[in-house]
Design a protein around this ligand. Structure first.
Ligand SMILES: Cc1ncc(COP(=O)(O)O)c(C=O)c1O
Length: 457
């Protein structure tokens, strides 16, 4: 059958064999990684100089002395100083399948064979369609979402969602969201974010209204009462209610279906667009979308994702279709990223990761169980409130102060494990666990966490 030259390239047996061989060569090098190991004195000085220089060109140093060497194996990653760390933060959630996963490596290489590096909204290649189609087929299962628009990061996906909500509401300004929300780094998303440290010197645009997040100890209707108050004051000047299904940067606090349901019912009753920011939760909570885990998909008008998909994306329903000219932009995603993103989603779908008995929930139970065990034994009372959803797990370490949290993160890094912080009052240590974490890996993590906590206790 006749095919385009591009199809011929993609189907070529010779090219595909070369790709298989190249993938195998990469993996063979990665297999030499056996586990956590300290820096190699032979590489330490050069690595330190590079990291210092990176700090200088950016004007600010990196949080960790982390510069990847370009190779890893599962949860392990090699750094340019020759050390190997256990990576339990994964670029803040980008590398869902850890480092150098065979299928991800191959899909990335395949994307790299393209005639172009980046795809644009004016001139897309087929990878744009394939990723969009896959995303939509997943989103449609338990929601009314039936369109998707790609973008290159979560913040841009959020900007697009906000524009669609505001256009639908004829220029309404106000945005309702939770206290302690995080929404990204653009001017508007910084405004939506509720962390003063992220907006020092920024003007206040006074377009954001906040309601408290779920707290099992607070009166059940506290958040609904706050939402009603906002509605009474602003009515149709409210453009949307945007929420993270679980507070991310705000402390990895999960909520229940019964918490969200009355809020979302009220939004529906008043015609307030409902927008789920799933940039962090997407693919991690045991279902593709946290709105499925919480059984609230029917309420969602707009949904944003990024990270795992290797690209940003904004989903929307029929009623939120943007007018021509509202959305655009040069980049829609790099071809290797679009190709790898599709492969990652296929793996999630067909390799038993999802569902209550899937691999993700197994990892959650094992990891939280490990933290609780430490909290009850050798690290008594020093690892409190372990929890979260699926592959998003956090714990309140030591006395829950910022100083101790930072000290623990740096000590974990020194001892070979990478985590990150979230929340304030208390300050928590969080883990964005890779979906390939084995029970043996969790035992390795346990030893490092225990050693690090005891060093600081
Ligand atoms: C809930 C949420 N929204 C938005 C963003 C911003 O995404 P990005 O950093 O890709 O712009 C993030 C990133 O961590 C996030 O967690």
């Amino acid at each position: 059958m006749a095919s385009t030259l591009g199809q011929e390239l993609s189907d070529s047996g010779q090219v595909n064999t070369l790709l298989d061989n190249l993938t195998e060569q990469i993996l063979a090098i990665g297999r030499r990684i056996e586990g956590v190991k300290p820096a190699d004195p032979a590489f330490e000085a050069k690595a330190a100089a590079d990291i210092k220089q990176l700090g200088e060109v950016r004007s600010r140093p990196l949080f960790y002395n982390y510069m990847g060497s370009g190779i890893g194996r599962g949860p392990y990653v090699e750094l340019t100083d020759g050390s190997v760390k256990m990576d339990l933060i994964n670029g803040i959630g980008i590398h869902l399948f850890g480092h150098s996963h065979p299928r991800v490596v191959r899909a990335t290489l395949k994307g790299g064979m393209s005639d172009i590096v980046h795809q644009g909204n004016l001139e897309p290649n087929q990878e744009y369609l394939h990723l969009s189609r896959k995303l939509l087929s997943m989103a449609k299962k338990n929601s009314r979402l039936n369109y998707v628009w790609l973008s290159t990061c979560g913040t841009m996906a959020n900007e697009n969602a906000l524009k669609m909500a505001r256009q639908k509401k004829r220029g309404a300004r106000m945005i309702v969201t939770f206290k302690n929300a995080f929404a990204g780094r653009s001017t508007m998303m910084t405004e939506v974010t509720d962390n003063p440290a992220f907006k020092v010197g920024m003007p206040d645009y006074n377009e954001v209204l906040r309601i408290p997040f779920y707290d099992p100890k607070a009166p059940a209707d506290r958040s609904l009462a706050a939402l009603k108050e906002h509605w009474a004051k602003h009515e149709n000047n409210i453009s949307c209610f945007v929420f993270e299904p679980m507070l991310g940067e705000g402390g990895y606090r999960a909520a229940t279906h019964d918490f969200f349901q009355p809020l979302l019912e009220f939004c529906k009753e008043k015609g307030i667009p409902v927008w789920a920011d799933e940039i962090q939760t997407f693919s991690r909570t045991g279902n593709m979308f946290a709105f499925e885990s919480l059984c609230i998909g029917q309420y969602v008008d707009l949904c944003t994702i990024a990270k795992t998909a290797q690209n940003g994306a904004t989903f929307f329903t029929e009623e939120f279709k943007p007018d021509p000219g509202l959305l655009g932009g040069t980049f829609s995603g790099s071809t290797p990223a679009l190709s790898a993103g599709l492969e990652i989603l296929n793996m999630l779908d067909d390799e038993g990761y999802l569902g209550p008995k899937g691999k993700i929930m197994d990892i959650h139970r094992n990891f939280v169980g490990m933290l609780n065990e430490l909290n009850e034994t050798t690290c008594k009372g020093l690892l409190r409130e372990a929890g979260g959803m699926g592959l998003m797990v956090a714990v309140t370490p030591l006395d829950g102060t910022k100083d101790k949290q930072l000290a623990l993160l740096k000590t974990l890094f020194k001892n070979g494990l990478i985590a990150f912080g979230c929340g304030s009052d208390p300050y928590r240590a969080r883990f964005l666990l890779p979906a390939i974490l084995s029970p043996e890996d969790i035992q390795v993590a346990k030893k490092i966490i225990e050693k690090s906590v005891l060093e600081l206790a």
